[in-house]
Structure formats: C-alpha cells, structure tokens
Design a binder for this molecule. Structure first.
Ligand code: SF4
Length: 324
C-alpha cells in the first residue's frame, strides 16, 4: 500500500458543538465531538475508524467532507486545503468525495425511481447527452449488481441489501476518489453484510477508490481495512496496520474491545476484559486520559495529563501513559 501517495491528510482536527442555555440561548459550553484527530489515507487504501457509538467517528467523517464545519485543524485532500475553499469550490470538490450512509432508505428519495436517483448526481456535476446519461446509469447499475429492469422501480420495492447497492451506486456514479462509508452494513443481516463488503472491495479495485470506513463492529473493520484507528471520546487512541492493531493491541481500550470478540478457534481461551461504566459525556470530558475512569491500569498521572502519542513500533501509535 505504501507505494500509493497520500490522498487525505487530516491534522489536528477538532469539531466542537455549542451547548446552548439560558434565556438568550448563549453557548454555555461545548461538546468536544472530535478532539485533535490526525491520520492519513493513501490512494486506494481503506482506513477503518472503530469505536463505541458516540465516540466521534461519524462526526469525523462528516467534518472531513465539510458537511459539518471543523472548529480547528487541517484537511488536505490531494494537497488542496479543504478548509480554505469557498462554498462553490467545495461543491465542485464534493464530486470527488462522497458519503455512503448507514440507512439507505432514509437517504434515498422514495418518490424517485432508481434511474432518477442515479441520474441526479450526474446532472448536478456534468453536462451529458440523454444517451450518455443512460449509458452511465446502466453501467453503474450493473457494477453494483442491479438488473436493467430494476431501474424503473422505487426504493421501497427493494430489500435492505439492494437499497444499499442503490445508495452505493448513487455515491459512486460521478467516479469520486474518496468515499466515507459510515456504518454501511450495520443495518443489514449478517449474510447480506459480507455481500456488501465484497461489493465495496471490488468497486474499490475497479474505480481505484480510497475509503474511510466507519463502524462499531471490529470484525467488519478488520475484514475491509488495511489500517485502523481506534476512537474513544473524540480522540484516536491507537492507530496502525490492521494486523498489528488486532494482533498486538497496545491501548487498554483496544485490548478490552478485542477481548470481547469471540475467537475463531473456540479452543483458544481468552480472558475477557470487562469495560466498566459508560463512555463519559463529550460535553464534560474527564481530566487527563479520557479513558481513566474505566481503565484497570489507571495511574496517578492518567487523571492529570492527557497522554502524548507514542510509536512503540513503526507505524503503530498509541496515546497512553503506559508508554511514556
Ligand atoms: Fe489507562 Fe492511563 Fe493508559 Fe489512559 S493513559 S489508557 S488511564 S493507563
């Protein structure tokens, strides 16, 4: 993977949402949804973001696409600073950057046929003849496994898996270079999940795509990602090659998450590390290491200082005082 150039370079990204109160509806505090997040994604790479619900994964993805404005940080896409772009420049750039949602039904207009749903993004970004338009729609439908006769049907006439195929086709029809896939298989049956994951992987190869793949499901992330970042309360606490993170987790939070996954070989005995308590509120994050209330290895310093990022092995980083 290292031969490909970096396509997306996110540095020090922060996304805060104001908490409003009082008669004047003034900001009385901030939810720190994304806190100092940095990572890169290379061309044709899949980078997985994993963590419990509410940890800031989806907000990170949406901030990168500037569907939510960042509070601070830098987002370089193919060396262009997205934060410096005006609205029209960003609209043009969006053709290269698309989002696949968890719930395709909510994201597909129920009054539009599949043909219209697929044609709409093309009409927004290109000037095509009716014949060119039809060719593009037919090509994309076939690429996601839809039959030509299905193009005149409406979203409610499809199963959940087929609707996700339509949603993927709509995201990819303008041939973007980068896709944020936000829990794209979470709403689907397990048997359908692997079909959609395989479809995403084969389209990645065909269209030379890069993915930011967001999921709470560690098995799903492992299946599709070449590198992975583990998020906790708005921060990436561990990042590295998927194999390294899954085989040699360094952060106590990653270790706890992975200990909860059943082993493929049932004869392998594994001690489950139980996570006590809930994820703290990002509106009132704990001092020091945000994980300290739940960490069995918490030390005095953990309650006082935010841990720095260490790199105990090349390309495998961890934010934890155990590695100071
Ligand atoms: Fe646990 Fe301390 Fe490491 Fe946080 S910094 S994960 S509290 S050992």
């Amino acid at each position: 993977m290292s031969e490909h150039k970096v396509l997306l370079d996110v540095q020090g990204l922060k996304t805060y949402f104001p908490v409003r109160g009082g008669i004047l509806h003034k900001a009385v505090g901030y939810v720190h949804a994304v806190e100092d997040v940095s990572f890169t994604i290379r061309e044709q790479e899949t980078f997985g973001l994993v963590g419990e619900s509410g940890c800031g994964k989806s907000t990170t993805g949406r901030t990168i696409l500037r569907l939510i404005e960042p509070t601070a940080g830098r987002i370089l896409f193919d060396d262009t600073d997205l934060c410096a772009l005006g609205q029209e420049e960003m609209r043009l750039q969006r053709r290269n950057m698309q989002l696949v949602f968890q719930d395709p039904y909510a994201s597909l207009n129920p009054r539009m046929t599949v043909r219209k749903l697929l044609a709409e993004p093309l009409l927004t970004h290109f000037q095509l003849t009716p014949q060119e338009l039809e060719e593009q729609v037919q090509w994309m439908a076939a690429a996601v496994g839809l039959a030509p006769e299905q193009l005149d049907r409406y979203p409610h006439q499809f199963s959940g898996g087929q609707r996700q195929r339509i949603s993927i086709a709509r995201a990819l029809i303008c041939k973007p270079r980068f896709v944020v896939a936000d829990e794209p298989v979470s709403a689907l049956d397990v048997s359908i999940q692997s079909q959609i994951l395989n479809l995403l992987m084969s389209l990645q190869e065909e269209l030379k795509l890069s993915y930011l793949f967001i999921s709470h499901d560690l098995n799903v992330v492992r299946h599709i990602s070449s590198r992975v970042g583990v998020m906790y309360l708005g921060r990436i606490v561990e990042l590295g090659d998927t194999e390294a993170v899954y085989d040699r987790p360094l952060h106590p939070y990653t270790q706890a998450l992975l200990s909860a996954i059943p082993k493929r070989d049932p004869s392998e005995v594994k001690e489950r590390i139980r996570l006590e308590g809930d994820v703290p509120s990002p509106a009132n994050p704990p001092k020091g290491c945000a994980f300290h209330d739940r960490c069995a290895r918490c030390m005095g310093i953990c309650k006082e200082q935010v841990p720095a990022v260490h790199e105990p092995e090349p390309g495998h980083t961890v934010a934890c005082h155990l590695y100071d």
